[in-house]
Design a protein around this ligand. Sequence first.
Ligand code: ASP
Length: 305
Amino acid sequence: MKLSKGYLIDSNDLNLNDLKLIFDRTDEFIKSGNFSDFDYLKNVPLALAFFENSTRTKLSFELAAKRLNAHVLDFNSDTSSLTKGETHLDTIRTLEAMGVKIFVVRHKEDGLHKFLQNNTNNIIINAGEGESDHPTQGLLDSYTLKNHFGSPKGVNLCIVGDVLHSRVARSNLILLKKQGVNISLTAPKELLPKDDLIKGLTIYKDLDEAIDNVDVVMLLRVQKERMKSELIKSTEEYHSKFGMNIKRYERKPELIIMHPGPVNYGVELDEKVILYPNCLIQNQVKYGLYIRMAVLSLLSDYIKR
Ligand code: ASP
């Protein structure tokens, strides 16, 4: 069984069958442990093309590709010919001439990934696109929920905070809705998008009201770097209404806490909260590696050799 598309650009591209294939393969990789490798990408040149900063996503894609025995090229945009005016497409074509078959791309421009995919016969994987999509984050979050609850279906989950600028929120809205998660939101109104994607969702007035009604809170990073004006006047005020602290945690210790990272401590979350067993941030990172191994290995069926 193959994935329905030979690339991964848009969370909407993934149907339920694709999700099952990816999650089953993820289970297999997790079972195999940390020290085994696989030949799905043996000798396949793969480029990591990150035009925006990243720790988790980039390193887990790199490790995933290496565990599948790819030849990994780490393309550094700051020291590349992009600084001399070469276009992204020319860069891809140059790497293709060297035999690169898979491009893992992160870029701040919405639509660039699709444009590149339309202009190549090779495989583009979206590792973060502007404010619009981050499919492997949505996948690893879905997997984290599935692992914890058995199935994400019927789980009540509230997305908290900077929904407006968050590609993580968008990917999760698409993927979790598909799997029957009941999604709600809470955020300062300046940070809520006017978007069809959130139409009809319950919006809680603050985190306390959300906690009373849900099983999971998915906290989002406040993305100051994407704000054109200062949308949050006071971080203390934000934290008091929307931040996770010990007091709130103790009110409902069974509450599950997620955050895609990186965390702004004291804004979205108090540092002590990460030590609690139901705070699944480390699991999200851990599963991210195996999810990316699963995606890469399944897409290897589409490599033109
Ligand atoms: N790491 C996630 C992303 O790349 C979340 C964030 O940066 O806040 O979108």
